[in-house]
Design a binder for this molecule. Sequence first.
Ligand SMILES: C[S@@+](CC[C@H](N)C(=O)[O-])C[C@H]1O[C@@H](n2cnc3c(N)ncnc32)[C@H](O)[C@@H]1O
Length: 277
Amino acid sequence: MSDATQQILYFYYRHPISCDLILAKLRTSRGHLDGLRPDDLFPHDQDHYGGLAATDELARGAQIASRTCVADFCAGLGGTVRYLAHKYGANVTGIELTPSRVAGAQELTQRVGLQDRARVIEGNVMSVPLGDGIMDAVVSQEAFCHVPDPGKALSEAFRILRKDGMLAFTDWIANEQLSADDAQLMWEGMAIQPLRSIPDYRRLVEGSGFKIHSATDLTAEWGPILKKRLAMHQRLREEARQAGTPMGHDAFHQSYIRFVELIQQRKLGGVRIVAAK
Ligand SMILES: C[S@@+](CC[C@H](N)C(=O)[O-])C[C@H]1O[C@@H](n2cnc3c(N)ncnc32)[C@H](O)[C@@H]1O
C-alpha cells in the first residue's frame, strides 16, 4: 500500500463525520431510525464546503438532470451521490477509496431507499473501475487534494465521459507556496498532497483533454464557511466522544485550525472548475 493510501485510510477511519455518528444523532433526535428519508441525512452527511448549495452549483455546471449518469469521484459517505439522485433524479455512482466510507455510504443509502439510483463502489480515482464513455458527467468535491496524481484522476474522468460530457469539481488551491512546516501539518493531519494555483490547475485540466468553461476562485467565499466548519468540527468531536464513535485524531484537529487560518490569510483557497470533454 502506498504512503498516500495509508495516510488517507488513517485519516478517514478516524474521521468524526461517520455513518455511526450520523445514525446516533438521528436516533437521539427522532427516537428511532425507522422511515428515514434522504432529507433527514442532508444536514449531517455532506463532507464538503458550502453544503447543498455548493452541490447545486456543480449540478448546474455539469448540466445534471433526471436520468443523467454521473460519477462522483472520492464520494466519501455518499452525501453528494444521494443528493444528486434524490433532488435531480440522476443515476449516480460514487468511487471511494476508504472501505469504511464505502460501507457507511451503502448503509445510509439503503436506509433511505435510494439504492436503485445511488451507489458508492470501492475504487481509486487514479484507476477507475468503470468502462469508457459511459458517463454524462463527473463531479468531485474537495478531494483531489488527497490524490497523489490528480492528472491521472482527470484522465480517468475524461476516459469514462461520453463525447461532450461534463466535468465539474471543487478543490483546494495554494494561492502561494506553503511553508515546509505548514505543508507537513496538512499532510500529517489531513493527508493533503502538494497543492497548485488556479493557473496550474487550468493547465492540468486542459492537459487531460478538457475544454474549460469556467474556473471560479472560491477563496473569499470559503473564509466564513470554514470558520463555521471549524466550530462544527469542535462540536462534533465532543458529540463523537459521547456517542463512542471516531472523534478525529489530534493531528487532524490541530491541522484544521491552521488550515482555517491559511484560508483567512488567503494563502490557501478553493476553486470550482467546469469543463467539457
Ligand atoms: C473530503 S472527503 C469528500 C467526500 C464527499 N465528496 C463529500 O462531499 O461528502 C474526501 C474523500 O476522498 C476519498 N479519497 C481520497 N483519495 C481517493 C482516491 N485516490 N480515490 C478515491 N477516493 C479517494 C477519501 O477516502 C474521502 O472519503
